[in-house]
Design a protein. Structure first.
Length: 618
């Protein structure tokens, strides 16, 4: 590579991007290129790994110690830094998984950079909170104007309406109304194209020439030419420039095969200003299941956009869950019989109840109804419950594998029956009943009298106080899954073919969420979201400020990796993504932060074990 390419390459790799340019250039200019054959090994005690930092240009390298594979490195990943800085706790060796080309940076220059640049040194010494904050700041800074550089296809595009010149204005208007579009293209015999809008129609009607509505000459009189257009893969910024330049409110959108819709200025500006507000409007205005399906697709696009811009996952989750609940509320309003309007409370549980579900995974919901419901209303309620769960599937919420849905009569009970069921959970403790209590404790009302749900959750808290042994058994679930980190701090992948995958929910997310939930139940906190619970526990002095912040940032990072993986799976055609992440797809920094995150998880497990006296119960 040319010197300029080496400089550009190194400048793209955190934390080298923190170095002042003269020092960065000195390091980049000194690097040598080396070839590493596949299936070969590098060992610090037998090679010069301890005398150089290796930066991958191409290929894959795995780090191993006595526990097995503990890390993977791919393009722009680097290894050997722990040995150079004297921080290695084991005697690692490196296997070249795929033939690789690397840069070798001398130990002398690497240490010079560490000793002469405080920000660079802090990267290797700073806490996980400091590192994560820098990552988010860098992503957000880089993406501050990125919405302008999104493509037209990512924006809300109105349905295409077309007629030929022989159509009447009335026919064109009816087509526009049918698909909720405010424009129509007119194709003329001379192969030219014009456009009319809803404003043109209103002006025509106001002119008093109503008798011409069914005539064939009006479209020719009203059509505007030329039709300004934009390609679906052009930048939104260019679309806005065209609207400004030609002083038009909309552009026809083209694909390679012809026109495919309309981009309206109000939608474009809403996208720039507040895309979530636009989606919320779409949900609230939905008149059919199909409308809600389209709104759900826009929510999916919103998730991708916000994630790409570096918005923290728990903020995305809060916004998306609000939109999801609005979708459910609108669905309930469409389906619930009038006689049941004031007789039910519909609620969501689990991650949806905690406002922590981003990608729609599975349904977790239930329903409380009034005592002494009539037989006629019972029949109507059963039909509603079945229809509601079915329509939720159409909206992208898969059925719950454990059948924890209001279509299941066990989760569709009267007020008295629900309280009796909770009492039974405590009097007959089992792992299944512990799980039921956990997800119900996270419940939030979506429709109806929320006080009914509040009373039932208070029954949970009271029973926990009456049966103190329950909370101890409730907390032991935190030890169910082993944290995938070894004695020497390396990542431990699952026993699959290439030792490259791990389940991040089992490995860390569940332990943090359930551990915080245990403290919340013990402390009788009203909050359901894990981050809100952590803040409340900090306010009560249960967690120190430093520990609470570290816990929250760690949970957010693990959820970010999970979301990245899920979005990647969806892009590759997987309808219901799993919780697995591939280590080889993580950058050096991501793997480093993952190791530190799992260390926080392990420390929290120890805290839980001591606090709830779980010794010998795992």
């Amino acid at each position: 590579m040319a010197i300029t390419q080496q400089r550009d390459f190194l400048a793209q790799i955190p934390p080298f991007d923190l170095l002042p340019k003269p020092l960065l250039f000195e390091l980049a200019d000194s690097m040598d290129v080396s070839y590493l054959p596949a299936k070969t090994f590098l060992n610090p005690s037998q090679s010069d790994v301890d005398k150089a930092l290796f930066i991958l240009i191409k290929g894959k390298v795995a780090e191993l110690n006595t526990e097995g594979v503990v890390a993977h490195y791919s393009v722009r990943g680097f290894f050997g830094d722990t040995e150079l800085l004297g921080k290695s706790q084991s005697n690692p060796r490196y296997e070249v998984v795929e033939e690789s080309i690397v840069y070798k940076l001398s130990a002398t220059l690497f240490k010079k950079a560490v000793n002469s640049c405080v920000a660079f040194e802090q990267f290797f010494d700073s806490s996980i909170v400091e590192k994560l904050n820098r990552v988010h700041q860098a992503i957000q800074s880089a993406a501050s104007t990125e919405v302008m550089m999104d493509t037209v296809i990512s924006a809300p595009i109105q349905t295409l309406v077309e007629v030929d010149e022989s159509a009447t204005l009335l026919e064109a208007t009816q087509k526009m109304v049918d698909v909720k579009s405010d424009a129509c293209l007119i194709h003329f015999a001379d192969e030219s194209v014009g456009i009319i809008t809803s404003t043109d129609v209103l002006k025509f009607v106001a002119s008093g020439q109503v008798e011409k509505l069914t005539g064939n000459s009006v479209l020719l009189e009203l059509a505007h030419k030329p039709v300004y257009s934009v390609h679906e893969y052009d930048y939104l910024f260019n679309a806005l420039l065209k609207m400004t330049r030609y002083q038009v409110d909309r552009l026809a959108v083209r694909s390679d095969d012809g026109f495919c819709g309309f981009l309206h200025q109000k939608d474009l500006m809403s996208l720039f200003a507040n895309q979530s507000g636009l989606v919320l409007t779409k949900v609230e205005q939905a008149k059919s299941i199909d409308d809600l399906v389209l709104a759900g697709q826009q929510i999916d696009q919103l998730i991708k956009n916000l994630n790409r811009k570096g918005i923290k996952t728990h903020y995305i989750a809060k916004l998306v869950n609000e939109l999801h609940r609005k979708m459910m509320l609108r669905l309930i309003e469409m389906l619930l019989p009038e006689s049941l309007l004031d007789k039910v409370c519909v609620f969501v549980m689990g991650s949806e109840g905690r406002s922590e579900q981003v990608v729609r995974t599975d349904q977790d919901n239930g329903l409380i109804y009034v005592d002494n419901l009539s037989q006629e209303d019972t029949v109507l309620l059963d039909a509603f419950a079945e229809s509601f769960s079915q329509k939720l599937q159409e909206l992208g919420f898969p059925p719950c594998p454990g059948n924890i849905m209001l279509s299941n009569p066990q989760w569709r009970l009267s007020q008295t029956e629900f309280k009796a069921k909770i009492q039974d959970w405590y009097q007959s403790p089992s792992e299944e009943n512990f799980m039921y209590a956990a997800i119900l404790f996270d419940a939030e009302s979506v429709y109806g009298n929320s006080e009914w749900l509040g009373d039932i959750k208070q029954k949970l808290v009271k029973m926990s106080a009456d049966y103190p042994v329950f909370l101890r058994h409730f907390a032991v679930s935190i030890l169910r899954f082993k944290t995938p980190i070894g004695f020497f701090g390396g990542l431990l992948a699952e026993e699959d073919d290439d030792h490259d995958q791990l389940d991040i929910k089992k490995g860390g997310i569940f332990s943090l969420v359930h551990g915080v939930r245990c403290y919340a139940l013990e402390t009788d906190l009203p909050q359901t979201n894990t981050h809100w619970r952590i803040k409340a526990l900090m306010d009560k002095g249960v967690f120190s400020k430093e520990f609470g912040i570290e816990l929250g940032e760690t949970l957010n990072y693990l959820n970010t990796l999970r979301l990245d993986s899920m979005l990647h799976q969806i892009e590759h055609g997987i309808t219901v993504p799993d919780n697995n992440i591939r280590l080889s797809e993580l950058s050096h920094m991501q793997q480093d932060l993952l190791k530190q995150s799992f260390k926080v998880v392990d420390d929290f497990k120890k805290k839980i074990t001591h606090h709830f006296d779980l010794h010998g119960m795992s």
